[in-house]
Design a protein around this ligand. Sequence first.
Ligand SMILES: [Ca+2]
Ligand SMILES: [Ca+2]
Ligand SMILES: [Ca+2]
Ligand SMILES: [Ca+2]
Length: 406
Amino acid sequence: MKIVDTFRRPLAAAALAASLSGCGLEALLVEAGSDEHVIPVTTVRGSVANLPETIVLTRPDGEEVEPVEFEATGGNYVLDLPDAEYVNARLTAADADGTLMVLVPRIEMDSVLDGVDIDTRSTAAALIVDAAAAAGGVNLQVVDPCVLGVALDGIAAEIDDQGPAAEVLAALDVSGPTAPDAALAAAAAGVSLEGVIDPVLIRTVLEVNFNEGQVDGNCDGISRFRWVRDEPGKQMYFVGGLHEDSPVQDLEYNEPMGSGSGSWTPNQIPMFDDGTNGDEVAGDNIWTLTLDLPRGARIGYKYTWGQQGQLWTGTEEWPGNQRILEIEDINGDNFVRRRDNFADEASNKDKANLNRQGMGEIDWESDVNDDGIADARERPLDLDNDCTLDDWVTPTAIGPATVACE
Ligand SMILES: [Ca+2]
Ligand SMILES: [Ca+2]
Ligand SMILES: [Ca+2]
Ligand SMILES: [Ca+2]
């Protein structure tokens, strides 16, 4: 608790006395000096980079909390709030030149929280969180404050490391405050409000387009049924396993890829085209499998069009060779997303690769089409099937891999 001068804040004291009646604290109030009463408040302190007349606390539901007392001198402020716990609160400091803000994950009841600095840096972080919340359709009311705290720490580290968040800070127009949408979107892509990003595993979303009329890495039309028998009752399966070049060799990761027995078994691991399990659109003939794999692992894989338990012949994209993929998040969105066209033999196929710009084989570093993206990595999506990759697209049908927040 903290002493507040009741001459300056008689209303607050009266309200408090009323709220305390019945809980045994009236005696304390009566026995206090004539000009000082014991008022429990929750205090926040820190530096503030502008000259606000007051600082407003807003709860995530939009409710504004009137301060009990506010003082700012020499670039530092003390904000006394009605005694309560505040979760995912926003402090806003406005002056004639603009508005600064800070997001605070948790302010404990009857406490003094120091070091809540309000400046362009905290404002950039708040805007990035807002952009991440908007992009993910997440309301800060339901975000675990521990998760918000980790997200803010991550943004601070990214500002220090000159990552995308630093660009938001550099571009900040404090009078708004606003920042360019592209910079905000790039910084927000790395922010998870649904949980703490798993430092070991990364959500890997593998998609294969089985539509007629797709083109391969040479921009030639693909014949889906060159190696595959066109029979009714089939669906898409995935099969693969850790590659012999993988620095990670924990065999447990082979099971969900269909090679838990020690060898690849086709037509065991179904892919989804029903809008579940990370599949973005039901029934669009783009099939999805979501796996959590170790960051840095290397896998081999291919797709089969078959019936559960069917053998290789007449179901695999092509016989003999495999696709290769390094589990590395190139665009920093906490996913590895790889979309392939079924039976594309000019893409990330390791041997007998038909890309005319290559030498028939690719390795982990190959960039056969010279677009700056290694062929064995995730890549932007080709959204219009013109053989030119267009945009990185973060999956929206499923969240990233997370761990408990502590
Ligand atoms: Ca689909
Ligand atoms: Ca990614
Ligand atoms: Ca490439
Ligand atoms: Ca394109």
